[in-house]
Design a protein around this ligand. Structure first.
Ligand code: GLP
Length: 259
C-alpha cells in the first residue's frame, strides 16, 4: 500500500486523475470503477479538464460502486445525478458505457444480478474509492460479515446522517442502497482510496494501522496487492509519518504518477 500526502485536496484529485489518464491511455478498452461523494469532486474536475485538453473517453467504460434505493436520475440526491453532472455530461463518454446501479428497480434481486454481470464484463482497471466516516467502502457497511457481490443494504444511521448533510432542505434521505460487494471491489487491478479533511483522520488511521477487520471495511484493502491512498494533511494527521510519502506540485503541475 502506497500512502501519499498532498498539501491540498486539489493536488490529490489531480494525482488520481493522472492515474486515470494513464489507465485510459494504456488500455485498449479502459474500465474505471467510480465513486461518489464530496471527496471525489477534485478528481472529477481534473478528469474533465484532461478531456478538455484532449483525453478521449469514447473507449472508456465506467462502473459506479453504488446507488441509493428509491430515487432516480433526476433526483439531486441520486448518484446517477451526481455522476451525470460531475462527469458523464462533461466528457465524451458514450452513455451506454456509463454504468450506475438502478435505484428504481422494482425487482432488486434482478438488478443486483444484472449489475454483477456488468462487473463481470467490465472489471475495473482502476477503482476509485472514498471512505465513509465509519470505514465503509462503496456502501459495504461495517459488520461481522461482508457480502462478496452486489446487494441491497440498509445504511447505518450515521451514514444516512453524514450523507444527508449535503441536502439540508430535504428531510427524507434514502436509508437503503444497492452496492457492489467487497469481492467486486477487490477484482480491480488497481485501487485508489482518497480521504480528505480532519473528520476522516481517525478512520484513516484505524483503517491503515489497526488490525484488519470487517468492522472497518476499508482495512481489508491492505490485503489487495495494488492500493494507493491519497490524503491531504488533515486526513493524514493521525498516521505514523514513517509510512507516508509527501508529494508536491512542481511549478503548479504534477507531471508524473507512480502506478
Ligand atoms: C458515500 C459513498 C461512498 C463514499 C462516502 C464518502 O457513503 N457510498 O462511496 O466513499 O460517501 O463520502 P464523502 O466523500 O462525501 O465523505
Amino acid at each position: 500500500m502506497k500512502i501519499h500526502v498532498f498539501d491540498s485536496q486539489y493536488e490529490a484529485g489531480l494525482y488520481a486523475a493522472l492515474m486515470a489518464k494513464r489507465t485510459i491511455m494504456e488500455r485498449e478498452k479502459p474500465v474505471l470503477g467510480l465513486a461518489t461523494g464530496a471527496t471525489s469532486i477534485p478528481f472529477y474536475s481534473a478528469l474533465v479538464q484532461s478531456c478538455h485538453d484532449g483525453l478521449d473517453f469514447s473507449r472508456v467504460t465506467t462502473v459506479n460502486l453504488d446507488e441509493l434505493v428509491g430515487i432516480g436520475a433526476d433526483d439531486p440526491r441520486s448518484y446517477r445525478y451526481f455522476m451525470q453532472h460531475r462527469l458523464f455530461s462533461r466528457v465524451n463518454i458514450l452513455p451506454e458505457n456509463a454504468h450506475v446501479p438502478n435505484g428504481l428497480a422494482i425487482d432488486e434481486a434482478a438488478e443486483c444480478a444484472r449489475y454483477d454481470r456488468v462487473i463481470d464484463a467490465h472489471t475495473p482497471d482502476l477503482q476509485i474509492l472514498g471512505i465513509g466516516g465509519n470505514g465503509h467502502i462503496g456502501f459495504n457497511e461495517p459488520g461481522c460479515a461482508l457480502l462478496a457481490r452486489t446487494h441491497v443494504i440498509r445504511l447505518h444511521r450515521d451514514t444516512v446522517t453524514a450523507n444527508a448533510r449535503a441536502f439540508p432542505m430535504l428531510d427524507d434521505y434514502p436509508s437503503r442502497a444497492i452496492t457492489v460487494g467487497v469481492t467486486d471491489i477487490f477484482r480491480a487491478a488497481r485501487i485508489v482510496l482518497m480521504a480528505f479533511g480532519e473528520k476522516k483522520a481517525d478512520i484513516v488511521a484505524r483503517a491503515i494501522e489497526d488490525p484488519i477487520t470487517t468492522h472497518i471495511p476499508a482495512s481489508l484493502l491492505r490485503l489487495h496487492a495494488n492500493v494507493t491512498v491519497l490524503l491531504d494533511r488533515a486526513s493524514a494527521d493521525r498516521l505514523s509519518p514513517s509510512i507516508t510519502t509527501g508529494i508536491k506540485l512542481k511549478e503548479g503541475r504534477l507531471t508524473q504518477v507512480e502506478m
